[in-house]
Design a protein around this ligand. Sequence first.
Ligand SMILES: Nc1nc2c(ncn2[C@@H]2O[C@H](COP(=O)(O)OP(=O)(O)OP(=O)(O)O)[C@@H](O)[C@H]2O)c(=O)[nH]1
Length: 565
Amino acid sequence: MGKDPKADIADKLAQLRLSFRGKAEGELDQLSEVASRITGGGQEQRLLREDVMSAYQLLHRLAGSAGTFGYAALGAEARRLEQRLKPLVEKYPLHDDASPGVPSEEIPQVIDTLAQARQLRSLLDETSVPATRRTNDPERLNDQYSLTASDVHVVLCGLSEGSQVFLEYALSNHGFSISHQEVSTLSFSGTPGVTLVVTSEDVLSKVSAALDTKAGNEDILKPPLICIGSRDDFKTRYTLAESGADALITEPVDATILADNIERLVTERSRTVSGKILILDDDEDLAGHYQAVLEGAGFVVRAISNPETVLSELSEFSPDIMLLDVRMGAYSGPTVAKLVRFDPEWVSLPIIYLSSEQDKQVQLEAMAKGADEFLTKPVSDSYLVRAAQIRCYRARQLNELLIRDSLTGLLKHSFIKHEVDKEHARCRRQSRSSVVAMLDLDHFKKVNDQHGHRVGDIVIKALANLLRQRLRSTDMIGRYGGEEFAVVLPECTVQEGQSVLAQVCKTFSDLSFHNDGVSLSVTLSVGIAALGSFESGSDALNAADQALYERKKAGRNGVTIFQQG
Ligand SMILES: Nc1nc2c(ncn2[C@@H]2O[C@H](COP(=O)(O)OP(=O)(O)OP(=O)(O)O)[C@@H](O)[C@H]2O)c(=O)[nH]1
C-alpha cells in the first residue's frame, strides 16, 4: 500500500527543517569567522568590504528563511541585525574597488553588530515549533482546501418545517446530500467535500455568527451561507450581505434556482483552491518548503532553482501562477519576470515575488518590471496559501471566460469539439473505448414560447448542473449549441454510457420547474456513439447526432445508440 500523502508532506517538511538547521549552523559559523576577522582588525580594505557584504548577505538570508522553518526568533533577530548593516552596505558601494570603502569610524558599529550576531546560535535551540503551526499542519491544510465539487452536502438550518420538507425533496433530486441542523448545535466539521448552509432571513445573523465561531475555533473555512428571504431590494440585499449571506433566494423558492446558486458557490470555492504553481527560488530548501505547503493545500506545484530553465519549464508545465525569488545568485527575479513577459503567452501570467526585501520603493520598482504582488519573507504558510488561492482563482476566472459558456459554465462549442478530437486520438493510440454523446432538450421551443426565455434559460442551466453532478470529473461536457449539449465519456463502453445517460434523462424528466404558479417538466433526448469506431472525432460526433435524430423520431426522452446503417 502506498504511503499516506499527508504523512508524506509532514515528513518532507520535517526533513526540510532539518536541512535548514544544518545549513543555518554552517552560515552562523561563517558569520563567526567574519566577525573574528573584522574584530581582529588590520584587514585590507578590499577584504573588509567583502566581509561586511557577506555578513549582510548571510543575515539577509537567515532573516528571510528562518521564520518559514519555525525559527521565528532567529529570523527576527537576523532581520534586526541585517537592518543595522544595510545603511552601510547602501552608503558605500562595497562592490566597487574604486570606492573608499568602510570608513574607520563605522567599524566599531560593524564589530558590535557582528558580536550580537554570535548570539544567534542560541536561538537555533530556542524554538522549534513553527509560528504558523495550526495551518502548517498538512492534515489541516488538506481538510480545508482539498474540496471536490461532486461531494456537496447541504445543511438546512432554521427553516420552517414546510420549507425543510420541500427543499429536502427538491435538492436531493439534484443529487445533493441533505441534513437538518439546529442553530444552537450547528456543526459542519468532519463532513467530507463541500458543505453549504441554507437558512432563513430571521436567523441568518445567528447562523452566520455560529459558523464564524466554529470556523475560527477549528481553523477551517466558513461554509457558504444561502439565505431564503421574502424580499429582494438593495436595502435587503445590503443587510443580508452584511450579516454574512453569500446568496439570496426569494420565496416561493424555485429549487432549480437554489441548486444553481449552490452549484455556483461550490464551483467558486473549489476553483479558489486549485491551480498549478511554478516556484523559482535558488534556495532549494525554501522552495521545497513552499512546494510541500502548497501541495498540502491541494495545488499542483513544480519547484525549480535554476533561472535558466524557466522558459522551458513554463511551456512544459503551463502554470496558473509563478512564485519568483528576487535575488538568485547572478540573476535578478524582476529581470527574469521581464524576459518571461517577452513571450505573448506569458504576458498575463500572474507573478508573485517572494523576497526578503522590505524596502517599499525597491518592491515597487520590482513590480514595475512585471510582477503582480510582493510577499515579504518569511511568509506564513497560511498567508502563502491564501495569496496563491486568490491569484490562481483570478487567473482561472480569466481562462474560464475564454473557454466556458457564460450561461452554463460548460465548455464552449470549439473547446468541446477539441476534447472530442483529443479523446478520439487517445482511443486510437491506446485502443481504449470511450463514448461521445449528443444531448438535446425536447420541444424546447414550446418551453420558451409558453413560459418565456428566462424559464428556458433556467431549464438549460438545470441540465448543465445535473450533468456536472452525475458525470465523473474526468468526463467532458460542452454546450454544443443553444439547447444542444455534447459529452465525452472516456474509458466507457456504449452500454455503460447508455445506462449513465438514461439515468440522467430519468432524473431530468423528474425535475419540476415553476413559473408563475405553473409547474412544468422537460425531457431530454440523447444519441451516443463509440468514439474509437470512427475515422475522426467529427465523424463520431456526426454519428451521435444521427442517433439523436433517431431518438427524436422514436419518441424522444431517452438514449439511442448509433447503429451502422
Ligand atoms: N431560453 C433559451 N432558449 C434557447 C437558447 N438557445 C436556443 N434556444 C431555443 O431552443 C429552441 C430550439 O427549438 P427547436 O430546434 O425547434 O427544437 P425543439 O423545440 O427543442 O424540438 P425538438 O428538438 O424536435 O424536440 C429555439 O426556440 C431556440 O430559440 C438559450 O440560450 N436560451
